[in-house]
Ligand binder design. Structure first.
Ligand SMILES: Nc1ncnc2c1ncn2[C@@H]1O[C@H](COP(=O)(O)OP(=O)(O)OP(=O)(O)O)[C@@H](O)[C@H]1O
Length: 289
């Protein structure tokens, strides 16, 4: 059966996608392209991840477009965080974790043994569930990365980077008189924006966010979501979220995982409003979760 997906808000129809009434056989991914193709920054191909004998991801292939937000959604334990951690090789820090397949950033294999992992992690920043500022001042939290990566030639240049990063993270006005105070003394939402400023300060290309609002109240969440919407004009963003409303608010593309497999990916409004695979439909309508 061929299913036509209704037009999105660009007015142009999506390309038809083939899917059987029962959805694809398990293991295949249903894909809906954007009406206006985006440039791809990151490519994952046939990625399997094992924790010891246990396989957590199965044959995941996914393109991540630049200057857009891609949401990873799916039930607890489906592998969202595992996939995210593959992208900056955080899984390297887990004993017994093995990654096979290929992930490229701008065409370069990030698992190439000659690749400098420290440099990779400056190109691919990460923001965690719980805000985790260093036990240092607001200023030092942001200055630390540029300093160790040698991004500033003088103290004045370093100050410029700190101020620009705090501004871009929407925090400057709130902390400009508190730069020498501990970062841990800020509110939860401010701490999370400080962590975003810290990630931005080393000029990343990609920012990974693992449920960045899960520890925040609704007002702080709204501030971070607005910030994500601004940051996507400059960065390639991947966000893990348990909230379909959040995926709808912040992301242009969404990938749905189930039991370690990438079931469906496409424009967010297609995945959330007109999912093609039965498994996605069941998740969106609350039948699995
Ligand atoms: N360090 C680890 N060691 C062993 N197994 C792990 C480890 N981290 C994750 N797993 C397992 O891998 C699978 C995928 O976990 P992952 O955390 O990626 O899922 P998730 O979709 O992000 O879940 P959640 O939404 O609950 O955060 C789960 O079965 C989990 O138990």
């Amino acid at each position: 059966m061929t299913v036509s997906i209704p037009p999105d808000n660009t007015g142009a129809p999506h390309a038809p996608v083939s899917a059987s009434a029962a959805g694809p056989a398990y293991g295949e991914t249903v894909r809906t392209p954007d009406t206006v193709p985006r440039d791809v920054r990151l490519r994952a191909r046939h990625v399997d991840v094992f924790y010891g004998d246990k396989q957590a991801l199965f044959d995941v292939s996914l393109d991540i477009p630049e200057k857009a937000v891609t949401s990873l959604i799916g039930p607890s334990g489906c592998g969202k965080t595992t996939f995210l951690r593959c992208v900056n090789r955080m899984n390297d820090t887990i004993e017994d974790c093995r990654v096979t397949g290929e992930i490229t950033l701008d065409g370069q294999n990030i698992y190439d043994p000659s690749l400098d992992v420290v440099e990779l992690r400056s190109r691919v920043g990460m923001v965690f569930q719980k805000p985790n500022p260093f036990p240092k001042s607001v200023y030092e939290n942001v200055a630390y990365g540029p300093r160790i990566h040698g991004l500033a030639r003088s103290r004045a240049e370093l100050e410029d980077i700190v101020v620009a990063s705090l501004r871009r993270a929407g925090l400057w006005e709130e902390v400009k008189d508190r730069l020498r105070e501990p970062g841990t003394g800020l509110s939860g939402g401010q701490q999370q924006r400080l962590c975003i400023a810290r990630a931005i300060a080393v000029s990343p290309e990609v920012i990974l966010m693992d449920e960045p609002c899960s520890a925040l109240d609704p007002i702080a969440t709204a501030v971070i979501e607005e910030l994500i919407d601004e940051l996507r004009l400059l960065y390639t963003i991947i966000i893990v979220t348990h909230s379909m409303q959040q995926a709808a608010r912040v992301s242009q593309r969404t990938a749905f995982f189930h039991l370690g497999r990438l079931v469906e990916e496409g424009p967010t409004e297609v995945i959330l409003r007109h999912p093609q695979a039965k498994k996605t439909q069941d998740y969106i309508t609350g039948r699995i979760g």
